[in-house]
Write a protein that binds this ligand. Structure first.
Ligand code: SF4
Length: 153
């Protein structure tokens, strides 16, 4: 079971190129100045499935370069199995996978299940948004503590 708070068919501001963007519901980080506080509630948004999201993205493949997982926090135990399956299928369509998370890569990779999901992600933007480190010059990031990590080259 997955819950999403939003879906963009195609966006050019959530990673390189044109990308479908999935906003997952629920976030434990509660960063000051967050742009998506409506996603914090773990019961917000609507229930969906990996199959439904796959079909929604697949419908855009003639005009997108990839998919971005955002939120909310995509790295949740209740989502991880579905997201491993979904990202593997989307990569099979030739799409790149970007993902935003409020956790650091080092913390995520310690967990075997999250580690498996990381294996399907091409670019991870990690770390919470920190208002005191706001930097509007950064590409695809809000604050300078956040890193754009190319996990696959
Ligand atoms: S991790 Fe992202 S969605 Fe969650 S509170 Fe921070 S900025 Fe908002």
């Amino acid at each position: 079971m997955l819950r999403i708070s939003g879906f963009y068919d195609s966006s050019c501001s959530n990673g390189e190129g044109w990308r479908s963007v999935i906003f997952f519901s629920g976030c434990p980080h509660h960063c000051k100045g967050c742009h998506n506080p409506e996603t914090w509630d773990f019961n917000s948004g609507e229930e969906t499935t990996a199959d439904e999201l796959y079909e929604m993205v697949k419908a855009n493949t003639d005009h997108i370069d990839g998919v971005t997982l955002s939120g909310g926090e995509p790295f949740q135990k209740r989502y991880v199995d579905d997201l491993i399956e979904l990202t593997a299928r989307l990569k099979g369509l030739g799409l790149s996978i970007w993902c935003y998370t409020g956790y650091t890569y080092e913390n995520l990779v310690k967990d075997p299940e999250f580690g498996r999901l990381l294996q399907n992600i091409d670019v991870l933007i990690d770390g919470p948004f920190m208002h005191d480190l706001l930097d509007t010059q950064l590409k695809f990031r809000g604050s300078s503590n956040q890193r754009l990590l190319e996990l696959k080259t």
